[in-house]
Ligand binder design. Structure first.
Ligand code: DGL
Length: 271
């Protein structure tokens, strides 16, 4: 069976890949990190559209993917409609900030959405908010620089930025007017949830979309009879536009042991 392609601007989509590997252990995946062109979130739609097209084209040509998961909120909001129009035979699953479950879960009716500037400025996010916010107060928190800090394993910058953005997202609590639910609207952020958590009460609820996207991917593959058979090997291939050794190190660092690569990485694919 051909693999499912998964891509992000860098290592953030590994948080989605972990959920995909847990939900679909027999599927083959090829994970493409566009690190030579990251971050996407502060660069504007035209750039993100061009990169999303290029990466999708490479995944089709080089790996014959049978489905695509756009494991990046920023790329989904900017480009998924174009990718679907250009590749009508390819099932494409995207991500968007989990506003609906957050509004449903919040008791105070105050939620914060941590995401890239690009995602929060997009028409798709505005529509999402319009549809699902209802009476809830939704505080957008663009987290400039956080993706870059995570990509660079820069622990000091991660700490400083998490503290800054959590201060902007709060005040937290269960009282009137307090935020009790935080949406992680960028796939990089679940990787540092433990750091964000240090700046919030332990009862604060964080919501991300990894598990929901994995379930949706299962549904889509199943509906098209493209699910891998139970005996298939579930291999994972790492590919990207940047340094593959660094990507392997990042995968070893960020992925839980059971989701780590069991195949030799592909040769670097130029951007
Ligand atoms: N991980 C991506 C997202 O979910 C974007 C990160 C970036 O490149 O800015 O939005």
């Amino acid at each position: 069976m051909n693999p499912v392609g998964v891509f992000d601007s860098g290592v953030g989509g590994l948080s989605v890949l972990a959920a995909l590997r847990a939900e679909l252990p027999h599927e083959r995946f090829v994970y493409f990190a566009d690190t030579a062109f990251a971050p996407y979130g502060e660069r504007g739609d035209a750039y993100v559209i061009e990169r999303s097209r290029a990466v999708t084209g490479q995944l089709i040509r080089e790996h014959g993917i049978k489905a695509l998961v756009v494991a990046c909120n920023t790329a989904t909001t900017a480009a998924i409609h174009l990718l679907r129009a250009e590749h009508p035979a390819l099932p494409i699953v995207g991500l968007e900030p989990a506003l609906k479950p957050a509004v449903a879960a919040s008791r105070t009716g105050h939620i914060a959405v941590l995401a890239t500037r690009g995602t929060l400025a997009s028409a798709k996010y505005a529509a999402l908010r319009e549809t699902f916010a209802g009476a809830a107060t939704v505080r957008p928190v663009p987290c400039d620089g956080l993706v870059k800090a995570i990509e660079g394993f820069d622990a000091a910058a991660i700490e400083t930025l998490c503290a800054r953005y959590m201060a902007e997202a709060g005040p937290f609590g269960t009282g009137a007017g307090e935020v009790d639910t935080v949406v992680l609207g960028c796939t990089h952020y679940p990787l540092v949830q433990h750091v964000l958590q240090r700046h919030a009460p332990s009862a604060l609820r964080f919501i991300d979309t990894g598990a929901a996207v994995a379930l949706q991917t299962r549904r889509v593959l199943s509906a098209l009879s493209r699910l891998a058979a139970d005996g298939d090997d579930g291999a994972l291939l790492l590919a990207g536009s940047g340094d593959l050794a660094a990507l392997e190190a990042a995968a070893a660092h960020w992925l839980p042991p059971q989701a780590r690569p069991i195949a030799v990485p592909a040769a670097t694919i130029p951007g």
